[in-house]
Design a protein around this ligand. Structure first.
Ligand code: GLA
Length: 740
């Protein structure tokens, strides 16, 4: 059992061949943290790691003892107000107004496997022996409340998942004001924080900042995880690179408001936490009520950031996203949004689908504008039945015609939204999330349904079920296009208004569950104005997400590169769009647009009937190429090679598990004159294998240590099949010699 409890020292040790995580019951009964990092030998006691030291002016727990102070100890799940002056992991008030608590160790259970989290997305195992779970029960006997800290260690991965459950047994209610999913106290602060920040159309740019005394924090109070900050962070040592050094990764399996923060106290101890954002959150527990936090993920690497990212990729592909789609490459699709926007009818769609089929495309996705009377973004959200002016024979007829061409059929929906100009609003204005007597702010001319109310979720479910039940739908793009404002549910009493934002997300998850159960064959892609809900919560239901509304190939380099810090290639919706690009108005070669979009789900986001014959020939070749290589790209091991945030080139590669095949994507946005000799050291190859690249052969060691020669034409070293221009890209396919 890779989780041991040493009763003589009251020490817990979770360990596998990669990591150790050590805690102990402190003399006051609370849980103290001792170590997280590279695997250590197990031993009966780690008590010597607990440093008790007299410090002047500290608030101390035991009378006559100046050494035991919560202020100066590493804590597992710290409380408020009993001597620890740092940020608490939770905050509970009692009926008498007190926020003081005292949760002491009561018992624990160690078991094989990983129990599911009720009503919340979570990682899972296929077989019990893939993971081990420790549940530690702590009790506050004055409050009559139990707290269960759950830890699951994945046997083969340097990963521990965590969540917390509060159960109240007292007669007087208590209120949770803060309940983080994870707290991790580290003994020093020699770290840099890596975060993925951005905005609409420039999501998940990599930002690195050193930790300082005080709090470094980011999060979302928007109701969705957001394009501004992602629920993910890495803490790396200053010298850690992509290929070496220590780093810790933290991710949050949740799609709503979150807070991620690191507090460094003036003794250089770092306290990391992630969980539901406490702003606008409060949850009252009456007798026998319980509250379970969402799941947080903790990962470790001593082999650099690429290795850390790969651990998340493996976890997410094998233990988070729906099993049904595991190892199934994404279908190559065309989406009509940038091709037509709202301006389409059945005839135009069928014409596009015919051409799409002739190019080799597999799935046709009809985007926004097919329902209600939607000709622009001001109307019809909530009216999920076909717009007969555009689709006079209905949705089923269109879908059947597309299926008859040999294509799968996909559809866009935005089920959480309502337009004031909609039948739904006219019938049920109360279903809109709004604060009585207050002004309603809009976003993109639309308003939000009160998904915290199960009746609203049920209404939308039945409307969608009714529309979909006879239509052969293979794919759904589920969008969510605005941040929340004036959040209040008229269905809940005053003292439950702090629950609305969390209940909303639970409503979203519930609708996903119901639709997946009712239509198990449908592949879901999540979307939120592009990538504003690109989080593990969504990937539990939808194995792919629209990465960004920005389809410009050069901008996408940064977006996809940053996204890869946490998420696998298979999750990233990436399409070739028209040139000039609709967001940047930039002209880029069709080849480059394809070379970037290959590293994702791949598809087209344009009117295929506007392509010239020459472009169609290229598109046919791109699709053939992607069909041949997509399994490797989407399920191989992904390495970042050259950062567009730090260099004037970008490069990445994927390697097959057996190291026989690899594909490198190399991108040089701006042309250079009389430039230097450049080489691109590859990663992850077998040093002893001879790899063929365009008729030349190189050992893996040469490719990794000397590198691929990427100097431009003027150096005379590079075999050139493409002219040298701005927005240049090149794909290298490597095959081990015995296979050629
Ligand atoms: C959002 C999505 C786009 C498209 C539009 C339709 O912006 O990100 O891909 O579906 O909505 O309105």
């Amino acid at each position: 059992m890779p989780i041991s409890y040493h009763s003589s020292s009251k020490t817990f040790h979770l360990y596998n061949s990669h990591i150790s995580y050590i805690m102990m019951v402190l003399p006051n009964g609370h849980l103290g943290h001792l170590y997280f990092g590279k695997a250590l030998h197990d031993r009966e006691s780690f008590e010597h790691l607990l440093e008790l030291r007299n410090r002047s002016m500290a608030v101390c727990t035991f009378e006559g003892d100046l050494s035991f102070s919560l202020e100066h100890l590493l804590q597992e799940y710290p409380c408020f107000g009993s001597g620890d002056m740092r940020e608490p992991a939770f905050d509970i008030s009692m009926d008498n107004g007190s926020h003081i608590s005292d949760f002491r160790y009561a018992s624990h259970i160690i078991k094989e496997g990983k129990p599911p989290l009720p009503d919340l997305p979570h990682t899972f195992v296929d077989h019990d022996h893939q993971a081990y779970t420790l549940e530690i029960t702590l009790k506050d006997t004055i409050m009559h409340t139990t707290m269960i800290l759950s830890y699951t260690l994945f046997e083969q991965l340097p990963i521990i998942t965590r969540h917390v459950c509060f159960k109240h047994e007292g007669n007087s209610p208590i209120t949770l004001h803060k309940a983080m999913s994870l707290n991790l106290d580290l003994p020093d602060s020699h770290y840099e924080l890596v975060e993925l920040t951005g905005a609409w159309a420039r999501e998940r740019h990599v930002k690195v900042r050193p930790l300082e005394h005080g709090i470094t924090a980011f999060g979302s109070k928007r109701g969705h995880s957001s394009s501004n900050f992602n629920p993910f962070m890495m803490l790396k040592r200053p010298h850690t690179t992509e290929i070496s050094g220590e780093a810790i990764g933290i991710s949050f399996v949740y799609s709503g408001n979150f807070l991620a923060q690191v507090e460094v106290d003036t003794y250089d101890v770092s306290r990391i936490s992630i969980g539901i954002h406490p702003q606008n959150f409060s949850w009252t527990l009456e007798k026998n009520d319980s509250f379970t936090t969402p799941e947080a993920i903790l990962a470790y690497s001593d082999q650099g950031l690429n290795h850390l990212s790969q651990q998340f990729h493996t976890l997410f592909l094998n233990h988070l996203s729906p099993k049904k789609w595991r190892n199934r490459p994404a279908p190559i699709l065309v989406n009509n949004w940038e091709g037509t926007y709202f301006d389409f009818n059945e005839e135009r769609i069928i014409d596009m689908a015919k051409t799409a089929k002739s190019l080799g495309i597999e799935l046709f996705v009809l985007d926004d504008g097919w329902f209600g009377h939607r000709d622009d973004d001001t109307t019809s959200l909530g009216d999920w039945y076909p717009y007969l002016k555009k689709l006079p024979h209905g949705l089923k007829s269109l879908a059947c015609k597309i299926k008859a061409l040999g294509l799968d059929f996909g559809l866009w929906i935005e089920p959480e939204m309502i337009s004031k100009d909609s039948d739904l609003y006219r019938r049920h204005p109360e279903m809109m999330l709004h604060t009585p007597q207050r002004h309603d702010s809009h976003g993109r001319n639309q308003y939000i349904l009160d998904f915290s109310n199960p009746l609203v979720v049920d209404t939308i479910y039945h409307m969608l079920e009714n529309t979909f039940k006879d239509v052969p739908i293979d794919y759904i793009k589920w969008d969510m296009n605005r941040s929340m404002s004036e959040v209040y549910s008229t269905a809940l009493p005053a003292h439950q208004q702090g629950q609305v934002m969390h209940r909303y997300i639970l409503g979203v998850y519930h609708l996903y569950e119901r639709l997946i159960q009712r239509f198990p064959h449908i592949l879901f892609e999540s979307c939120s104005s592009g990538g504003a809900r690109f989080d593990p919560g969504m990937f539990y239901y939808a194995p792919q997400a629209w990465t960004s509304d920005d389809t410009d190939a050069i901008e996408r380099l940064k977006i996809q590169y940053g996204t890869s810090f946490a998420y696998p290639i298979r999750f990233m919706g990436s399409h070739v769009s028209a040139s000039p690009n609709h967001q940047l108005h930039r002209f880029t070669p069709l080849k480059t647009r394809g070379d970037v979009a290959y590293f994702g789900t791949f598809g087209y986001e344009l009117d295929v009937n506007q392509l010239s014959d020459e472009e169609k020939t290229i598109v046919i070749q791109q699709i053939e190429w992607m069909k041949e290589h997509r399994s490797l790209i989407q399920y191989g091991t992904f390495y970042r090679l050259s950062s567009p945030f730090e260099q004037d080139t970008c490069a990445w590669m994927v390697v097959s598990k057996d190291q026989n095949d690899a594909i490198v994507g190399y991108y040089r946005p701006l042309n250079k004159i009389n430039s230097a000799y450049t080489r691109l050291p590859l990663l992850g190859l077998d040093p002893d294998k001879l790899y063929g690249i365009n008729q030349t052969y190189h050992y893996g060691d040469e490719l990794m240590h000397y590198g691929l020669i990427t100097s431009d034409e003027s150096s005379g070293l590079c075999e050139h099949e493409d002219p040298s221009y701005d927005y240049y890209s090149k794909i290298y396919v490597l095959k081990a010699k015995s296979l050629i």
